[in-house]
Design a protein around this ligand. Structure first.
Ligand code: SAM
Length: 247
């Protein structure tokens, strides 16, 4: 598995994500936290990457910490958000001294737990790290709804080069492993360079996911639309999960 995008190519990460509306995602989760959470302002973003969500949570007066496996991503995050604290670590094996009121994990990053056992470890760590009534919020994709023929493209220009970014899910049809396929094509004055990443991720359906969460959390599921809060229709393959810690 190559994950160069988060190490050698981390300088291109924000360019790849330039079309993502981080503000609306952050606004939506803040709203969910107001509705379901405990009103505290301690926030941890798991797999925080270059810190694009933390930037907004700081503006909402949260005290933010970011955790990510890859230091090059954290270096960019620290530059972007000097007021936040960033730690290199694994979301399936972390502990905190000061509990959090809100723990987030955006952009399907929870699936970087590479198997069900790692995912369970992550849920245990999140449960331990949350204060009473604290909320864990993330988005997820249901393995049974993945269309292997679909991919998304995004184009950008940067420092005299033209870029094409592509991303696609691949699920082999059985088992608990799916892949995220990412590619970058760079054209500088006719000179082409290409990189391909294949990221191994845990695959599960939303029933499995909810039963893993239920021992720890009261779970509410919403349509994958950050512009309005609509209850999940029990069918869509992408959803937002708001999980309140059980006492
Ligand atoms: C798709 S990026 C998402 C970054 C950011 N949350 C965003 O929305 O732009 C996934 C991030 O997960 C991080 N990551 C992968 N596996 C991880 C793990 N086991 N624990 C913590 N972070 C991890 C990668 O380093 C990368 O920064």
């Amino acid at each position: 598995m190559s994950t160069a995008l988060y190490t050698d190519l981390s300088a291109y990460y924000d360019l790849m994500c330039a079309d993502i509306d981080y503000q609306s995602q952050s606004d939506c989760v803040r709203r969910l936290h107001h509705i379901f959470g405990n009103q505290g302002l301690q926030h941890i973003d798991l797999a925080c990457g270059t810190g694009p969500h933390i930037q907004y949570f700081l503006q909402y007066a949260y005290q933010c910490r970011g955790l990510d496996l890859n230091q090059p991503m954290l270096d960019i995050a620290q530059q972007r958000c000097p007021q936040a604290t960033f730690t290199q670590g694994n979301m399936a094996n972390f502990a905190v001294q000061e509990k959090a009121d809100l723990i987030t994990c955006f952009l399907y990053s929870l699936h970087y737990c590479q198997d069900i056992s790692m995912l369970k470890d992550c849920f245990k760590c999140v449960f331990e790290a949350l204060s009473p009534g604290g909320m864990f919020c993330f988005n997820s994709v249901d393995k049974t709804q993945i269309d292997n023929c679909k991919s998304e493209q995004h184009y950008a220009q940067f420092e005299g080069s033209e870029f094409k970014f592509s991303s696609a899910w691949h699920y082999p049809g059985q088992g608990n492993l799916q892949s995220l396929l990412l590619s970058i094509d760079k054209n500088t004055d006719g000179q082409q360079r290409s990189w391909q990443d294949r990221h191994s991720m845990v695959a599960l359906d939303f029933n499995e996911l909810q039963s893993l969460l239920k021992p720890y959390f009261e779970v509410s599921v919403f349509q994958h639309d950050y512009s309005k809060l609509v209850e999940w229709d029990n069918h869509s393959g992408n959803a937002i999960f708001a999980c309140v810690k059980r006492y």
